[in-house]
Unconditional design. Structure first.
Length: 180
């Protein structure tokens, strides 16, 4: 996972002195997946005997570094986030669910070879599922009635590709400053 950023709007609906329901809509850019490693690919280094046109070619395995990044913009909705302040202290806990709709998902692959050359390839991530569903859990601190900090996690239930065999689910951790 990588770093992302976003912004949005929140509507807080007080139910009691210690219980609120928040409705949220956000626009987020996130790095969904990153991988770095080494790979090996065959490289043709030419004929074994350059003077003989029927000579076979020599193939060697060449190691190279690679990076893969999946990035996307997401329209995110939290239709219900229950916020509970159990004590007079302005610390609260929150729970709810979130639905994300990915847009402009892309996969970037960079390969860097031993000779210093590199290949970059960016293409739309066609296999991306059209929505993500997750549970939101968080804690926060209210500085004033309208200003707070919160830390939250969204644990995803749906796979990135929408296929049951793919175990990659988006899990997010966030730190935010909220102004109501």
């Amino acid at each position: 996972m990588g770093i992302g950023f976003g912004g949005g709007a929140i509507r807080r609906i007080p139910l009691t002195n210690s219980l609120n329901v928040n409705l949220e809509a956000s626009f987020i850019h996130r790095n969904l997946y990153s991988e770095k490693g080494e790979r090996i690919k065959p490289k043709d280094i030419g004929p074994t005997d350059p003077t003989d046109p029927t000579s076979s070619h020599s193939i060697v395995n060449e190691k190279y570094d690679y990076w893969e990044d999946e990035t996307e913009f997401v329209l995110s909705f939290i239709p219900v986030l229950v916020q509970f302040t159990p004590f007079e202290f302005p610390l609260y806990v929150a729970a709810g669910f979130q639905v994300d709709f990915p847009m402009l998902a892309k996969l970037t692959t960079t390969e860097k070879y031993a000779d210093g050359s590199s290949d970059d390839d960016t293409e739309p991530y066609e296999g991306r599922a059209w929505y993500d569903l997750g549970i939101v859990l968080g804690v926060g601190y209210s500085i004033t009635e309208r200003f707070s900090f919160n830390l939250r996690s969204v644990v995803g239930f749906t796979s990135v590709t929408g296929k049951r065999a793919d175990a990659r689910t988006p899990t997010q951790y966030g730190l935010s400053v909220d102004f109501f």
